[in-house]
Design a protein around this ligand. Structure first.
Ligand SMILES: Nc1nc2c(ncn2[C@@H]2O[C@H](COP(=O)(O)OP(=O)(O)OP(=O)(O)O)[C@@H](O)[C@H]2O)c(=O)[nH]1
Ligand SMILES: [Mg+2]
Length: 626
């Protein structure tokens, strides 16, 4: 890949990552921000990480040494590598410990050797066991060891990572899986020709390497020198191929002898290779390293940019997919459900308010009709009473036996009539009170129930999703208390009204009689007895009977006034309650409208971000295998 294209691709990926970060910001989430930030830094620094993984003693460290042509990492038949080693380029060899908690520390070659040779102790020797325990305690504080070495292969930011055997403690395996594999661009999975492809190796490959963003895995079967014939070699390769093909597409398998390759390179470099087990091969071909190194070099140098970028492209695509599926789609659905639910609630509440209003209107009508009926009953009773009084007055004149003074005759009439009038007024007042009281009480109960039902429905319809709206009508209305308070006032008013009615009614009836007695006094004074009584009777008759009509009309007027007063009080009371419901309904509607506006904004933002994600996705896909 030419440099300009390389740089352009890098800039484009960085730009897309930045847009993805902004999408996070616009959605007010931080799901992948850390990963994007980390990836951006890695992309800028342009490191290229090759991680070497495999179980204990598969020859990982020997393999790396063979690649480097130098015995840099210790190797042994017993589990050896206890810390992660990063090998990268440095003009002079340096060894640095990167601690988990403390800051890093440069160490000498000797210290380095002591540190990474963590040979398992002889369990019969307590000193060795104690020493090993101390060694393990110390190494657990180390995150990794960095070895900088003047290795041509590691120029251009290539970094090789040697890991402890993956069948090591869980903690190490987890760390390799979650920290170092995700940072790696290429994995070299070392298997052994002598113990080929165990179940745990399969599991590690499937769940920890292939599930990551790593673009390329080299499968290296080590210990080629232990195989006795070419037939055995091809058997091993076939076996590995069959098993690997079940997991990976077109796996590329290399059969090598790391030990022989290392020995060969070391002797080529003029080193003396000691030990009777160390055979130096005649050439590198037999070790399987030529083919492996050629391919590896091609990957590390030629395909490097591609591999590197593919990893970030795939990572970006994966983040896009996750955001779209797990965030955008999900939240769009939530918004739609939320809108529908609120709308349904408002719509369900509307007819309830209307129904309540109808009940109130018909109840007030019924009350009006019932009052009209009572009026008739009361008027009949009143008319009959008045007629009875008129007759009693007539009889009083007929039965008069005293001196013939008009004043005396009128006194006698009044003595008979006055108690009758009082009885009639009391009876009438009681009857009126009874009728009005009963009806009002009935109506108040009914209207109370209707309002209570509405409150109940209101609560039910709104459920617990919107507690503020639900709280407001309950506390504000306090229907029972309010009406109870009102009930008392109503009856108080009524009773005062009743007493006033009584007073007014009786004064109305008395005034004309008193008036009549004074008006007639002088007039009748000097008349003859028979003539006088006759004329008085006529006058009394005329007064009492003629007044009945007017009195009934006055009563009617007063009754109408009382009923209007009562109905107005009741009406005001009910209207107040209905208004509260109406207001609640309006509140609910505006709440819904506001909610819908907010939801609409949210929805539009989700769609906008979704479009941006789609755009990022398309641009990332265009970068695939440039
Ligand atoms: N015969 C033969 N021996 C090998 C080969 N590769 C490694 N060995 C030996 O196998 C043993 C284990 O090698 P290491 O390189 O320490 O293996 P490792 O995978 O790094 O082991 P750990 O770090 O403990 O996980 C050592 O004694 C090596 O000399 C090989 O290709 N052929
Ligand atoms: Mg090792």
């Amino acid at each position: 890949m030419e440099l300009t294209k390389f740089n352009q691709t890098k800039i484009e990926i960085l730009k897309l990552y930045e847009i993805l970060e902004d999408v996070h910001k616009q959605l007010n989430i931080d799901n992948f921000v850390e990963q994007l930030e980390y990836s951006k830094t890695a992309l800028i620094h342009d490191n290229f990480n090759v991680i070497v993984v495999g179980e204990f003693s598969r020859g990982k460290s020997t393999f790396i040494n063979a690649i480097l042509g130098k015995k840099i990492l210790p190797s042994s038949t017993r589990p050896t590598t206890t810390v992660i080693n990063k090998i990268n380029y440095g003009q002079d060899p340096t060894y640095t410990i990167y601690f988990r908690a403390e800051s890093n520390r440069r160490i000498s070659y000797q210290e380095f050797q002591n540190l990474i040779v963590g040979n398992t102790p002889d369990i019969d020797c307590p000193e060795e066991v104690l020493c090993y325990q101390k060694h393990l305690e110390f190494t657990s504080t180390i995150e990794y060891l960095n070895i900088a070495y003047p290795l041509p292969l590691c120029k251009n930011g290539i970094e090789i990572i040697d890991t402890p055997g993956t069948n090591d403690t869980d903690a190490t395996r987890e760390e390799i899986t979650f920290k170092f594999i995700p940072q790696a661009d290429v994995a070299i999975f070392i298997l052994s020709a002598t113990q080929i492809f165990s179940d745990s190796e399969k599991e590690f490959l499937k769940n920890r390497i292939l599930s990551s963003d790593i673009q390329k895995v080299f499968f290296v079967i080590n210990f080629k020198d232990r195989l006795k014939s070419e037939a055995e070699e091809s058997d091993i390769i076939d076996y590995a191929k069959t098993h690997l093909e079940a997991i990976v597409k077109n796996p590329k398998i290399y059969l090598v002898s790391s030990k022989d390759a290392l020995n060969f390179k070391r002797s080529q470099n003029g080193e003396t290779v000691e030990g009777k087990r160390n055979i130096i091969p005649e050439n590198l071909d037999a070790t399987g390293f030529v083919e492996l190194e050629t391919d590896l070099e091609q990957y590390l140098i030629d395909q490097r940019a591609n591999i590197k970028f593919q990893k970030y492209i795939e990572r970006g695509l994966r983040i896009c997919n996750e955001l779209e599926l797990n965030y955008i789609e999900l939240n769009k659905k939530i918004i739609l459900v939320d809108n529908d639910t609120l709308e349904q609630k408002v719509e369900a509440f509307k007819p309830l308010v209307t129904a309540t209003k109808n009940i109130v209107a018909s109840e007030l009508n019924r009350l009006l009709e019932s009052f009209a009926l009572s009026e008739k009953v009361l008027l009949t009773k009143y008319r009959m009473g008045l007629e009875k009084i008129a007759r009693a007055a007539e009889n009083a004149v007929d039965n008069y036996v005293g001196e013939l003074y008009t004043e005396n005759i009128l006194k006698a009439v009044e003595n008979i009539v006055a108690p009758l009038q009082l009885i009639l007024h009391n009876e009438l007042s009681d009857l009126k009170k009874l009728h009005l009281e009963d009806e009002i009480e009935f109506s108040i109960n009914k209207l109370n129930n209707t309002c209570d039902n509405l409150v109940e429905n209101f609560k039910e319809e709104l459920g617990i999703t919107n507690p503020e709206i639900l709280e407001a009508p309950l506390s504000e209305m306090a229907i029972n208390d309010e009406l109870y308070q009102r009930d008392i006032n109503l009856f108080k008013n009524f009773m005062i009204g009743g007493a006033i009615i009584g007073v007014i009614a009786s004064s109305h009836m008395l005034v004309p009689i008193v008036g009549a007695s004074f008006a007639m006094f002088n007039y009748f004074k000097y008349e003859q007895k028979g003539e006088l009584l006759k004329r008085i009777k006529l006058q009394i008759n005329k007064r009492y009977y003629d007044n009945i009509k007017g009195q009934l009309q006055d009563f009617k007027k007063q009754y109408k006034h009382d009923v209007e007063l009562l109905l107005n009080i009741l009406n005001d009371e009910i209207e107040l309650k209905i208004r509260i419901f109406d207001e609640k309904l309006k509140e609910l509607e505006s709440e819904r409208e506001i909610n819908e506006v907010i939801n609409k904004q949210k929805y539009e933002n989700l769609e906008l971000q979704s479009q941006r994600i789609q755009d990022i996705r398309n641009r990332l896909k265009n970068l695939r295998w440039i």
